[in-house]
Design a protein around this ligand. Structure first.
Ligand code: TXA
Ligand code: MG
Length: 380
């Protein structure tokens, strides 16, 4: 029973000292557990134990070409010299890094750790190849969630922790989401309630000469990164699903609901009544129950507007009636999941406004929505 990852009695445990000890013991024995972080829930296992890493991939049904993020504890030598501290933990090697790369890496670590930023740096040979999918780089993040830190502390090892969903599906932001994704496959989930941020960490790579490349927008904005590193950041191109991957989080289709999700051509408030009518006239909506994710504003007003313009009854959920981008991020995945499980047969989401999509969290929200959606041309 213990050896099968698919027949376990998954328990959701409050974050007591005793339960954290139990989770840490499971981790030390090569098992994997659900762990809250400030971004999304992670599926955590000992990053230095190849058996635990293999279990993460099998529980998630994740292909082994997709590398993991190693989560590290806050430790005191870190404050003085983070690079040297990571090197002494045998996680990174810096002999190939230019002075500029070191300075920039250090500036980012001191500015955003603990917090929702993942840095990709040259890997130390001590880190198992399975953790990094054979890449010569390793992704590191120091989460700021107190429960994640407490678990890291007790486990006494870096924790590899991908988002605790099955591969390609919506990331979990509440313990019950982890249950619905992985029940029977893991022993326990430490209950940290809803995750504060709601979208994953920003992944940024530092190449040996010190260039910064954004691999995934997330909880820390590009502007914040640029300011701390005192340089501009290049954005890695979005890759087709079939292309060779630098960072599979850049896969075009990811975070997908089971139902088809279409994105409106513009935020609802910016669309004319004719445009609204034309959108809902498309054949894929014919005799379908439509569920809509409104990013901002009143759900009732939006539903009334759509009804008036197109005659269509749409069931609308608003992520932030008070129009707050942080609230949009916080509820994005959980509301998408709700709609996916509702009686709606097809889903529609509002895009971020052009201004929001360019900056801060809006970039991450926009990125996740785009990846969760299909374009009308691809509809079949
Ligand atoms: O917020 C987060 O980062 C969450 C929480 C649990 O910490 N974790 C998370 O992990 O989102 P995951 O596995 O779902 O996403 C990891 C991302 C993927 O896009 C992966 O391709 C990228 O990090 N990645 C990991 N190692 C990499 C490497 N060596 N080079 C490039 N990209 C890497
Ligand atoms: Mg993920």
């Amino acid at each position: 029973m213990k050896n099968s990852p698919f027949e376990l009695q998954t328990r959701t445990l409050p974050p007591t000292d005793e339960n954290l000890k139990t989770a840490a013991r499971l981790i030390q024995a090569g098992q994997v557990v659900g762990m809250p972080t400030e971004t999304v829930y992670g599926l955590a296992g000992d990053a230095l134990n190849p058996d635990a890493l293999a279990r993460i991939f099998s529980v998630k049904e994740r292909p082994t070409f997709d590398p993991l993020i190693l989560h590290i504890a806050m430790f005191s030598p870190f404050q003085k010299n983070p690079i040297a501290a990571l090197e002494s933990l045998q996680l990174i090697r810096t002999d190939e890094l230019s002075e500029l790369a070191r300075v920039r890496a250090q500036a980012l670590m001191l500015a955003f750790w603990p917090g929702p930023m993942t840095l990709v740096l040259p890997k130390h040979p001590h880190v198992p190849d399975l953790a990094t999918a054979g890449l010569k780089t390793v992704a590191l993040r120091m989460p700021r969630h107190p429960i994640a830190q407490a678990l890291l502390d007790r486990a006494g090892t870096p924790l590899a922790a991908p988002s605790a969903n099955r591969f390609g599906r919506i990331s979990p932001t509440r313990p019950e989401h982890v249950v619905s994704e992985l029940s029977g496959r893991i022993e326990c989930i430490i209950d940290g309630g809803p995750c504060e941020i709601g979208v994953e960490s920003t992944v940024v790579q530092i190449d040996p000469s010190g260039n910064l490349i954004l691999l995934r927008p997330g909880g820390v904005s590009v502007a914040e990164l640029e300011q701390a590193a005192e340089t501009s950041i290049k954005t890695a191109p979005v890759l087709r699903n079939t292309e060779a991957q630098n960072s599979p989080g850049m896969l075009e289709s990811h975070y997908a609901p089971l139902k088809s999700l279409l994105i409106l051509p513009a935020p609802l408030a910016e669309m004319s009544s004719e445009q609204v009518a034309e959108f809902f006239k498309q054949p894929m909506f014919k005799s379908k129950t439509v569920g809509m994710l409104l990013l901002m504003g009143s759900a009732d007003t939006a539903a009334a507007r759509i009804k008036e313009a197109s005659g269509f009854e749409v069931f609308v959920r608003s992520l932030s009636p008070s129009r707050n981008l942080e609230e949009v991020a916080h509820y994005l995945f959980s509301e998408l999941r709700e709609l996916d499980q509702s009686s709606a047969q097809i889903l529609v989401a509002e895009p971020c406004s052009f201004r929001d999509a360019k900056a801060g969290l809006g970039f991450a929200i926009s990125d996740r929505l785009h990846r969760a959606s299909i374009s009308p041309e691809r509809f079949s």
